[in-house]
Design a protein around this ligand. Structure first.
Ligand SMILES: Nc1ncnc2c1ncn2[C@@H]1O[C@H](COP(=O)(O)OP(=O)(O)O)[C@@H](O)[C@H]1O
Ligand SMILES: [Mg+2]
Length: 237
């Protein structure tokens, strides 16, 4: 709802690696419980946007506020305490630990007042029956769910999801789409980086399009696909 104070706000965020400008004046806001898609060609700065919001990298300039407070200088572990967490393009789980241990360890890094129920997280990610299995023995889909479960175990208010759909079959994609929608319905805001636009369209109609680190478009997915600058960026990229 537009009357809600935004949970997350980026204002004029810039990031360069050496001489390469990777984010150029990126500004957008996300409301509590809102799902926003972040799309763009390979190398357009989607993962870097997530890395800057989650504190993996610090923005060179610009402002990021979360829950009304400036967070662009807050280190990653403290951002998790405040309620920002993320998944990884390549899932980062501890392969030699069980599914349950993976979720338990992650819970220690989370929001102190969140009181997360580990069993509830395991049921959310549909791995309750596999809780005693080693993470390294899981399928790709289950690895992605476990990575998501580790983020959920921190009790996030904002979850940044990086290309979770890549490599999954239609049934698996359907399951993840349903789960992400349930999380948003509970009030968790989601920024979803995704190449699979059908999958993204099931989650939200609001997308931000990046091209070479610049915001090319913000609006509905249907309107994005008709925007000449967006079309040119995808064909060029
Ligand atoms: N740690 C880094 N050091 C140097 N260049 C990087 C680093 N991370 C990303 N980049 C560069 O930044 C650009 C954007 O990368 P990324 O955000 O991963 O794109 P996307 O996720 O949209 O594919 C790419 O040109 C990439 O090579
Ligand atoms: Mg990426």
């Amino acid at each position: 709802m537009s009357t809600d104070a935004p949970l997350l706000r980026l204002e004029g965020v810039n990031k360069r690696f050496g001489g390469l400008v990777v984010l150029n004046d990126v500004s957008f806001a996300v409301a509590p419980g809102e799902i926003v898609g972040l799309v763009g060609p390979n190398g357009s700065g989607k993962t870097t946007t997530i890395n800057v919001i989650s504190g993996v990298y610090r923005a060179d300039s610009g402002r990021i506020t979360f829950d009304g407070q400036p967070v662009h200088h807050v280190p990653m572990h403290r951002l998790a305490h405040l309620g920002i967490n993320r998944t990884f393009q390549v899932p980062r789980t501890f392969r030699d630990m069980t599914v349950r241990e993976n979720v338990e360890v992650a819970a220690h890094f989370g929001r102190p007042q969140a009181a997360v129920d580990i069993d509830a997280v395991l049921r959310d990610i549909d791995l309750h029956d596999q809780a005693g299995k080693l993470a390294g023995s899981l399928t790709v889909n289950q690895q992605k769910l476990l990575d998501l479960g580790r983020a959920l175990a921190t009790g996030p208010k904002l979850l940044l999801v990086d290309e979770i759909g890549a490599g999954l079959n239609p049934a698996e994609l359907g399951g993840i789409a349903d789960l992400l929608k349930r999380l948003a319905a509970r009030g968790i805001a989601l920024v979803v980086v995704e190449h699979l636009l059908d999958f993204l369209g099931r989650l939200t109609d609001r997308v931000i399009v990046l091209g070479a680190g610049r915001m090319l478009f913000q609006g509905s997915l249907a309107a994005a696909s008709r925007d000449p600058e967006v079309v040119a960026a995808f064909i060029g990229g």
